[in-house]
Write a protein that binds this ligand. Structure first.
Ligand code: G6P
Length: 608
């Protein structure tokens, strides 16, 4: 969602702040601003580039904070952009999250004569701190006193012109990490802006407040006092977060899919015994094997990955699985025996707030909680009892591509492990291992044909609506295909289990309403073919996706055809998703849209 960066040290802060905002722009991006001690504040509505061109050349100082905003309270105007300042113009604050009791806090401040310059909840917090920042009070004490009165979520960085060499940072629900560099200390809401400067980082936990100066940092827990923090080493390289010559991050990230599958499988395939080695689950395996029920949760694409996981686990391991979106699951009571239920939270960023809260609720209820997370050290990764990392590298484009594929790969490994422990035969296990190992090469072959998908995309670039249809393993793939078209191409797309079409949706079919039908040669191939016939009979155009060998058969029924290499049906989503991602990408490109940063969306959703 919104992004925060800060710096205090020996260098001029401005270049890092602007670069950092640029690196964070993928999180949220409707306005941006910065404050640099001694130089002042600049804010702009729009992209970071607009802010950068508004910053004067001599705008320098050795401490500063900056923010890129994704509006929640108040329109994305310059006034509502962060930093916010208090009535006296002493305090400067940037904030991610939502102050829920802002109206209640605002009233007494307004009565005491404070005039608000914006409509934001953030300014209320800034003014509150300002009102508590009396003559002999230190900034960190005023911040702590204000936070004690706040309900909601926050990641904040606060500066004061009275204490110009200091940043106070605090976190409750919105991530913040401190980078330890040779020439100063960095603050950021995710690791990406830190990568060119340092790999040594320290994550703030909920309830913690840090004071950063040129000399060092101290961290305390607002309720429990001083805490000793450990430093972690980031493994992602700075280069991994760059476009490497591709026009968009999304294309670059799709092109990385073969390597991403390899990384998710590396060291985890046991060829001789036909199972998966998942070091992250070793300690909890005894309890995991007692599971009589698994609940999978996530948001957006992560939820769709969960739907594939449900089928994989049921098919390989015979354990009943329920999948629920996190923003619903967290408000539902856990009725089944929680000791025999395992929760799997899926999240690329590891910071999605609803997923985190669903996980916390499950933990409070005594469930074993597992994470499938890409961002190492993220909150969900740290709060789950155990988990499996995706190792997909940073995903910058808002629409998840390689992240989703890596989630499917990890789910297949978990399902294989559970299966082998619960009756899946060694020979079946070995077959799955062999087939998993073949996926990177098959993904490469799909990507090599991307131009032919671009040609089809061009033909459909002007459509208003589309259906995505699939059965069993391909049904969640249809959901994922539809969300990709919606989010980056702004085309209305709906997904259904193909058999459901005749219960209502087919009424919409006409010659302007195409259907993308996932029809690989799997156990439901013939039934899916019948569904294609039903649509054709009503004049609906068909884009069919099948497996190699069935092109001639399906080709007779389709207006356009895409084929992928064959694989066992349980693993096919890892391949069939790729052409749908490419299709959405090329449609969006043809429509001239901002693919990596679609309107109204954010990469990491840290509000509820
Ligand atoms: C946002 C992104 C989606 C992503 C979802 C969950 O909506 O735009 O691409 O699938 O969040 O994100 P997570 O980081 O938890 O996987």
């Amino acid at each position: 969602m919104c992004g925060i960066v800060g710096y205090v040290g020996k260098k001029n802060a401005t270049p890092f702040l602007l670069e950092g905002l640029k690196a964070l722009e993928y999180r949220g991006y409707d306005s941006a601003g910065l404050y640099v001690a001694g130089a002042g504040m600049v804010k702009r509505a729009g992209k970071v580039a607009e802010l950068a061109s508004a910053v004067p050349k001599n705008f320098s100082g050795t401490m500063g904070i900056a923010h890129t905003r994704w509006a929640t309270h108040g329109a994305p105007t310059e006034q509502n952009a962060h930093p916010h300042t208090d009535a006296s113009g002493t305090i400067w604050l940037v904030h991610n999250g939502i102050i829920e009791n802002h109206a209640e806090l605002r009233e007494p401040l307004a009565k005491s004569g404070v005039r608000f310059a914006s409509e934001t909840d953030t300014e209320v917090l800034t003014q509150l701190i300002g009102s508590l920042y009396k003559k002999d009070v230190l900034l960190e004490d005023a911040v702590a006193a204000a936070l004690a009165r706040v309900h909601g979520t926050y990641g904040i960085a606060v500066a004061s012109s009275r204490e110009p060499g200091k940043i106070v940072a605090a976190r409750l629900g919105s991530p913040l990490l401190i980078g330890i560099g040779t020439e100063g200390y960095y603050l950021a809401s995710d690791a990406t802006p830190l990568l060119p400067h340092t790999r040594e980082v320290m994550y703030l936990e909920d309830g913690e407040l840090a004071v950063l100066t040129r000399e060092g940092y101290v961290v305390k827990h607002l309720a429990r006092g001083p805490v000793k923090k450990s430093i972690e080493h980031l493994e992602w390289s700075a280069e991994a977060a760059q476009k490497k010559g591709y026009e968009h991050f999304m294309l670059k990230e799709m092109m990385e899919i073969p390597e991403v599958i390899e990384n998710a499988l590396r060291g985890r395939l046991a060829h001789a015994t036909g199972t998966a080695h998942l070091g992250g689950l070793r300690d909890v395996l005894p309890r995991l094997l007692l599971a009589r029920r698994i609940v999978i949760t996530g948001c957006g694409s992560a939820y769709y990955a969960g739907l594939v996981g449900e089928l994989l686990i049921e098919e390989f391991a015979g354990i009943p699985v329920e999948v629920e979106i996190a923003s619903e699951l967290r408000y539902r009571p856990h009725t089944a025996d929680v000791k025999e239920t395992v929760l799997i939270a899926i999240s690329q960023s590891g910071e999605t707030l609803d997923t985190l809260e669903a996980l916390r609720a499950a933990k409070r209820n005594g469930m074993l909680t597992l994470g499938i997370v890409n961002a190492v050290g993220s909150t969900i990764a740290r709060e789950t009892d155990a988990g499996v990392y995706n190792h997909a590298g940073p995903e910058i484009s808002v629409a998840s591509t390689k992240g989703f594929i890596s989630q499917l790969t990890v789910l297949a490994l978990i399902a294989l492990l559970l299966g082998r422990e619960r009756g899946l035969s060694k020979s079946e296990g070995k077959k799955i291992v062999e087939e998993l190992a073949k996926l990177p090469e098959k993904a490469r072959r799909i990507l090599a044909k991307r131009e032919s998908i671009a040609v089809i995309a061009k033909k459909y670039a002007k459509i208003r609506d589309a259906f995505y249809l699939g059965r069993k393993f391909e049904c969640p793939v249809a959901y994922e295909g539809a969300i990709k078209l919606k989010e980056i191409a702004y085309i209305h797309a709906e997904a259904y289990g193909a058999g459901e079409m005749k219960h209502g949706p087919i009424a919409l079919i006409d010659s302007s309403f195409p259907s993308v039908v996932l029809a690989p040669k799997d156990s439901l191939y013939e039934k899916t073919k019948s569904n294609i016939q039903e649509i054709r009979a009503r004049g609906g155009p068909i884009i069919a996706l099948t497996t190699e060998g069935s092109e001639a058969d399906i080709g007779k029924l389709a207006d356009d055809l895409i084929s992928v290499p064959a694989a066992p049906e349980a693993l096919l989503p890892i391949l069939t998703t790729i052409p749908l991602q490419l299709f959405a990408y090329y449609v969006a490109k043809e429509r001239g849209l901002p693919i990596d940063q679609p309107r109204n969306l954010a990469k990491s959703v840290t509000v509820e």
